[in-house]
Design a protein around this ligand. Structure first.
Ligand code: T5A
Length: 217
């Protein structure tokens, strides 16, 4: 993270239905209980402009443009999110907990969409301007189980159809899962892998411990 920012930046990554949103909420509650100011946010989205692009991306309206154009739209959403929400919060000294961030582009558009790695790397450098999460928690779950959970949640919300990125077969999602694990292996100082098959309380406890150890809480 840039030196001029005093808050901590934590990102959650992983497959569909791995429990990211649930654990973002749980960690935010824990940190607030310790008197820390917390901003919970998500990608794509997290600012009015980026939420508009979220709609375009997840409904599949932009799919016809191809994965490279989708990567550009995710980057445009991230640029707005950083400017409007993330950087101001970190400058205030708040902690930012974000449900998905740049690793999702590397995995979903890079591996899932076969967009050139160098193109994505250059785009990321341009948008992030040196900002990097202090900690990335990768919630790891077999793709089949994650997709089942995501489908159950959709059902409980009265939504049947999977979104633009969920709709692929299980084997595709297993390749994405491996992509996240490879990032964790390549950047162990930033990333930690969490077994997301455990029950919600156990996952929350492991995350609390990781945050305490890694960020010297
Ligand atoms: N995307 C995103 C890209 O392609 N490129 C990018 O750069 C970015 C940023 C976002 C989509 O956009 C793509 C990736 C995604 O496909 P989204 O709607 O935000 O889409 O969906 P996801 O981020 O995939 O998140 P989900 O909403 O599918 O799942 P979560 O947040 O991982 O899981 P959560 O917490 O909602 O839990 C799912 C269900 O499981 C239960 C929950 O109660 C819920 O019902 N649950 C558990 N059940 C049992 N045990 C546990 N431990 C549980 N934890 C949660």
């Amino acid at each position: 993270m840039g030196d001029f920012l005093s808050g901590k930046f934590i990102t959650f990554e992983g497959g569909e239905g791995s429990g990211k949103s649930t654990q973002v909420r749980r960690l935010a509650e824990t940190l607030r209980g310790k008197g820390i100011g917390v901003v919970e946010t998500r990608e794509p989205g997290g600012s009015p402009g980026a939420e508009m692009l979220r709609h375009v991306l997840l409904t599949g309206v932009a799919e016809a443009l191809g994965p490279k154009a989708e990567a550009l739209l995710f980057a445009a959403a991230r640029d707005d999110h950083l400017r409007v929400t993330i950087r101001p919060a970190l400058e205030r000294g708040d902690w930012v907990i974000c449900d998905r961030f740049a690793d999702s582009t590397r995995v979903y558009q890079g591996i899932g969409g076969a967009v050139d790695v160098e193109f994505l790397g250059a785009l990321q450098d341009l948008i992030l301007q040196g900002l990097r999460p202090d900690l990335t928690l990768i919630l790891d779950i077999p793709a089949e189980l994650g997709l089942e959970r995501a489908a159950r949640r959709r059902g409980s919300q009265g939504r049947d159809a999977p979104d633009r990125f969920e709709k692929h077969p299980v084997a595709h999602h297993e390749r994405l899962r491996q992509g996240f694990l490879d990032i964790a292996k390549a950047e162990p100082e930033r990333c930690a892998v969490v077994d997301a098959t455990a029950d919600e309380d156990e996952v929350a406890a492991e995350i609390r411990q990781l945050v305490t150890e890694r960020l010297a809480l």
